[in-house]
Design a protein around this ligand. Structure first.
Ligand code: ADP
Ligand code: MG
Length: 324
């Protein structure tokens, strides 16, 4: 199969077609028409075999996740996803694998109304880079730098299922079959919180998606906003399965493992009533407060300070040499 045939077979089919795409796949560049008055939010994420996923990972899940992590970044800006590009290196043309990869990727694309408008394809070690574009009304994007003293800190959904699944796959924490299925879905097929992100425009003053763990990601908001925070372990939302295994898993894993793809955001006191009136009520949890003192303080269930040993995932961090 030639490169041209591969693109024709897998990437120009199964497409939704949006009115704002004047030219999609097939020309030298795509021609796209953003709506007037909106800013373009542009993001990309790279998934490398053996680094971000196990080489034998289910291709349906991989297709889903490669797009989901990008939609999650758009959600964290409060943007509405519209288009994406796919850059792919493949060791060989495995049509069964590509069929499944497309099933996962286009399934999610249809759900969110986003159209694949271009990309590049080459032979090489398996790696998937998606670039996604979305719209946000000018000036309304949710930045990391907007948190202020007195704001409440929130997270959507639940944290910890991705950490739980990772520990199970590494053979460190046995789970029952039914638990594995439900926790693994969170790691393998994360739900980008797009509706939540868009609903938070004008209400939240900062947001980030939890891709590297709550400690690291909330840490980015605190640094960029030049504030600190206090959060309470007994308010951190975890799923029933995670709750049942919290003793073996430990709070460190919940707080410092990435891949939850929930949103963490801050809301000023004046907007709390409006926030709680959103039709999404119950989709997010109040976990703490923004404070003037720099740094993140964590309070455990008995009211004492909790000091995590891990702070989040960093690909270029030096190996740790013990706990200090
Ligand atoms: P060029 O040499 O101009 O880069 P290509 O042959 O690489 O052209 O691509 C031809 C068309 O197919 C372009 O519109 C490009 O955006 C699209 N394309 C290539 N690879 C992919 C892919 N993996 N997913 C979606 N579109 C792709
Ligand atoms: Mg090319």
């Amino acid at each position: 199969m030639t490169e041209f045939e591969l693109i024709q077979t897998f990437f120009t089919r199964q497409q939704i077609s949006r009115a704002d795409v004047a030219a999609g796949i097939g020309d030298d560049a795509a021609l796209l028409q953003p709506p007037p008055g909106q800013q373009l939010a542009v993001t990309s994420d790279l998934l490398v075999s053996g680094v971000h996923f196990f080489p034998d990972a289910d291709p349906v899940a991989l297709g889903h996740k490669a797009l989901a992590v990008n939609l999650s970044d758009l959600a964290a800006m409060g943007a509405e996803p519209a288009w994406f590009l796919l850059n792919l290196t493949l060791p060989q043309v495995d049509t069964a694998w590509l069929e499944k990869f497309c099933q996962g990727m286009f399934g999610l694309a249809r759900e969110y109304g986003v159209q694949l408008v271009g990309g590049d394809t080459s032979r090489g070690p398996l790696a998937i880079a998606i670039e996604a574009h979305g719209f946000v009304p000018a000036g309304q994007a949710l930045r990391r730098s907007g948190a202020r003293v007195g704001d409440r800190v929130y997270v959507t959904g639940t944290l910890g299922d991705a950490a739980l699944t990772l520990q199970q796959r590494l053979g460190r924490l046995p789970l029952q079959q039914n638990e594995i299925a439900s926790a693994a879905a969170r790691l393998d097929r994360p739900t980008p919180r797009v509706r939540e992100g868009m609903a938070l425009r004008g209400l939240a003053n900062s947001a980030i998606d939890v891709s590297d763990g709550l400690l690291a990601d909330l840490g980015h908001i605190l640094e960029m906003s030049r504030v600190g925070a206090r959060i309470f372990l007994d308010r951190i939302p975890v799923s029933p399965i995670c709750r049942a295994h919290l003793k073996e898993l430990g709070w460190d894993a919940v707080l410092a493992t990435g891949d939850d793809y929930e949103l963490c955001f801050t809301v000023p006191a004046a907007n709390i009533v409006a926030l709680e009136k959103l039709p999404l009520a119950g989709a997010f949890h109040h976990i703490g407060e923004i404070e003037a003192e720099a740094g993140l303080r964590i309070v455990d269930e008995s009211g004492k300070a909790y000091r995590p040993r891990e702070t989040g995932h960093d690909h270029f961090a030096k190996p740790k040499r013990g706990n200090t």
